[in-house]
Design a protein. Structure first.
Ligand code: F6P
Length: 407
């Protein structure tokens, strides 16, 4: 017996960086959609690129059997955006093609599993392309607005905590400082949570700019008091006080320049037709230049710079461990499997009711739809007065801005 459904066919894709739990979520959406509501489920390969290239597979309940516990995504993923896709060596807006393929496959709603970038891309497809979308919040960074937690975060937290535990024993034996770099993009959720769980002595996150002299004094004082090792958990996006100031000045400057150029652009637009090819390509140029949020460039890890400088100031032997993509690999924790199953089945229920253009978030123990407009383009950061920060300080953790020994 199947229940009534206002949706008969869905497309499902995974986009952005992979994480444990994606397969559990694909399984939950697919099984509930088919078993309970008799929907057709089309898997779209490699995120939005697969949508544009119309690479799909037909998903049946049997195909998603046995994937609850596996890492990665059976659909494959990519960081491509529909409106700025590299095609034949050029950045092109492929929205029309993507929408055409949604219709060609008779998809009533496109279900997108992804992080912050995916929320924006999905909303754009709805607003510009007019198609129905639904999203599920995935990322180890936990930086998606409108949900208490994202799936993949708990698994990454467990991996990072295990790593800190292991670093403790070797740091103690050698009386060293070990700087452990943890992912999280521009937020400190993962580092702060793992740092607390692993008992890191200092935790440096992007939301609290650090002063290395303060950290160095703290390490020396710890040593004077008999603790001959220290573990520093540093977020990949952490910034020093000086860099934070520089960034602020730069963005103030950019805001001014943007205002200037928008004035100039308005003047030019008056003079030029919108169909002028030159004005179209300049619009593309503007898009690619200013939207760097989803770019992940290869740079020297911050942990190396911090360890080198701390060793210079304190004279204490320092080492670096950058956890990198290990944090995104392997099997999901019980909590992530449980969360994905709840979010995915809730998504199927909402689709059956004809609820579209929402993200299914996790809010105070319940899975709830939240309008995509309230989520997309926003980054959930750690507030400075978050209870986790209060707790970390109360157990004597240095947060990089002041020494716990001074208070
Ligand atoms: O968004 C997830 C994440 O793992 C971030 O923590 C990290 O900054 C980024 O992705 C790494 O991206 P990539 O896998 O493209 O190197």
């Amino acid at each position: 017996m199947t229940s009534e459904s206002k949706t008969s066919c869905i497309g499902i894709l995974t986009s952005g960086g992979d994480c444990p739990g994606l397969n559990a979520a694909i399984r939950a959406v697919t099984k509930a959609a088919i078993n309970e509501y008799n929907m057709t489920v089309i898997g779209i390969l490699d995120g939005f690129r697969g949508l544009v290239e119309n690479r799909t597979i037909h998903l049946e309940a049997k195909k998603v059997s046995g994937i609850l516990t596996t890492g990665g995504t059976i659909l494959g993923t990519s960081r491509d955006k529909v409106h700025k896709m590299l095609m034949g060596g050029k950045i092109r807006d492929m929205t029309e093609v993507a929408v055409e393929n949604v219709h060609r496959n008779h998809i009533d709603c496109l279900v997108c599993l992804g992080g912050g970038g995916t929320q924006k891309n999905a909303l754009r497809l709805h607003q510009v392309g007019g198609i129905n979308v639904m999203t599920l919040p995935k990322t180890i960074d936990n930086d998606v607005e409108g949900t208490d937690t994202t799936f993949g975060f708990d698994t990454a937290l467990q991996i990072a905590t295990d790593a800190i535990d292991r670093l403790h024993t070797t740091a103690t034996s050698h009386h060293r400082v070990i700087v452990c770099e943890i992912m999280g993009h521009k937020t400190g959720w993962l580092t702060l949570s793992a740092g607390i769980a692993g008992g890191a002595d200092a935790i440096l996150i992007p939301e609290i700019p650090y002063d290395l002299n303060v950290v160095a004094d703290y390490l020396l004082e710890r040593r004077r008091r008999g603790s001959r090792f220290s573990i520093i958990a540093v977020a990949e996006g952490a910034v020093s006080v000086e860099d934070a100031k520089g960034q602020e000045e730069q963005s103030a400057g950019e805001r001014l320049t943007a205002e200037e150029s928008s004035k100039n652009l308005k003047k030019k637009k008056k003079a030029k037709s919108v169909n002028d090819p030159a004005s179209v390509s300049s619009a593309w140029g503007r898009l690619t230049a200013d939207d760097t949020e989803d770019n992940h460039l290869v740079v020297e890890p911050i942990s190396s710079r911090i360890a080198r400088r701390l060793q210079e100031i304190t004279g204490i032997d320092a080492r670096v461990t950058s956890l990198g993509h290990v944090q995104r690999g392997g099997i999901p924790t019980a909590f992530d499997r449980w969360l994905c199953t709840r979010l995915g089945t809730k998504a199927a229920q909402l689709l059956a009711q004809g609820v579209y253009n929402v993200m299914v978030g996790y809010d105070s123990g319940l899975c709830k739809p939240i309008p995509l407009e309230q989520v997309a383009g926003k980054r959930k950061i750690v507030p400075n007065d978050h209870p986790m920060i209060v707790s970390a300080r109360l157990v004597g953790t240095c947060m990089g801005d002041k020494s716990p020994f001074d208070s």
